[in-house]
Design a protein around this ligand. Structure first.
Ligand code: C5P
Length: 306
């Protein structure tokens, strides 16, 4: 994610992500869960725009949001949106006043497990840092990102990554092939907190689950890197899927439909409710997306990992 100057304004594209692997290693004492997850950015973007205050008043700060109707309840999001929160956090730490107008155009479906809100927050940190010449280093931005949410640091680093801890410890991964994807978001979205709270049989023995997870993730990465996508598709895991499926029956239905359509693999992403299918080509992804759109499955997108 790189901010771009347009006249006196700045803009940035904030990508969505999908999880190709998500293992819950254990429950932590701080209320979070210890994770190991493989996340890849996809070519589906929100857009964040910053313009300076028109009257030159440096204390003027505002935020607005709009977007496609399938993004959900945008009007109710003004107050809880992470964009103004991120900008104000950066300003406070840099000892400056938040100023100018931020406008967010939402295209990434909400409450989907696609990381839209987290990506917007990371975009706001990067954009505000440039627009205000706040001078925060990458390490300082990563620390602010972790305060804003577990998935936010991932979006500061380009490309795929394995994320650990509660998600904020990011290790970049190279050499993965481009994947053609179908992403289906059922009409009902899910709250991350409520999905985690429904997890059952989670150990506190993080060390033993870490070994097992390292082996499973290692095999998946090896298959992906050597282009054995069919095998990789069969070994994708999302430990949150059962809990989420109890809340939205459509998750299983969509997975079955993607499997019957000939996908290499299908998996819920993040805490849901969106499901991804790995298609065999861009054409195959568009063909499946067209069919599922006609069947009114919710929001259906053909995209690719980037
Ligand atoms: O960090 P974030 O604000 O995205 O987390 C939202 C909620 O999801 C947390 O309050 C917590 O209930 C749950 N969560 C968790 N373990 C994680 C990440 C999130 O239990 N690693």
């Amino acid at each position: 994610m790189v901010p771009r100057k347009v006249g006196t304004a700045w803009e940035i594209l904030a990508p969505a992500k999908v999880n190709l692997y998500l293992e819950v290693l254990g429950r932590r004492t701080d209320g979070f869960h210890e994770l190991e997850t493989l996340m890849v950015p996809v070519s589906l973007y929100d857009q964040l725009h910053w313009t300076p205050s028109t009257d030159g008043e440096v204390s003027d700060f505002s935020f607005s949001v709009d977007g496609s109707s399938n993004s959900g309840h945008l009007s109710s999001l003004g107050n809880q949106n992470l964009v103004p929160k991120a900008a104000q956090l950066l300003a406070a730490r840099a000892g400056i006043k938040a100023h100018g107008h931020f406008h967010l155009t939402k295209r990434i479906p909400l409450a989907a497990g696609l990381g839209g809100g987290s990506s917007d927050a990371a975009a706001a940190l990067l954009l505000a840092n440039e627009a205000w010449q706040a001078g925060a280093s990458r390490v300082e931005l990563a620390s602010l990102a972790a305060e804003l949410g577990s998935d936010v640091p991932f979006f500061l680093t380009p490309g795929p990554a394995i994320c650990r801890g509660r998600g904020e410890i990011v290790e970049s991964v190279t050499g993965l092939p481009k994947l053609h994807l179908v992403v289906v978001k059922p009409k009902l979205g899910l709250s991350t907190q409520s999905v985690f709270s429904r997890l059952k049989d989670i150990t506190q023995d993080v060390a033993s689950s870490r070994n097992h997870s390292a082996q499973c993730l290692g095999r998946l990465l090896q298959d992906l890197k050597r282009g054995a996508i069919g095998r990789a598709g069969r070994s994708m895991v999302n430990r949150l899927e059962d809990a989420a499926s109890q809340m939205t029956l459509e998750i299983r239905l969509i997975k079955d439909t993607l499997s019957r359509a000939g996908c290499w693999g299908q998996l819920m992403t993040g805490s849901g409710s969106a499901v991804l299918g790995i298609a065999r080509s861009a054409w195959h992804a568009r063909q499946i997306a067209g069919r599922l759109t006609a069947q009114s499955f919710g929001t259906v997108l053909a995209t690719a990992s980037g």
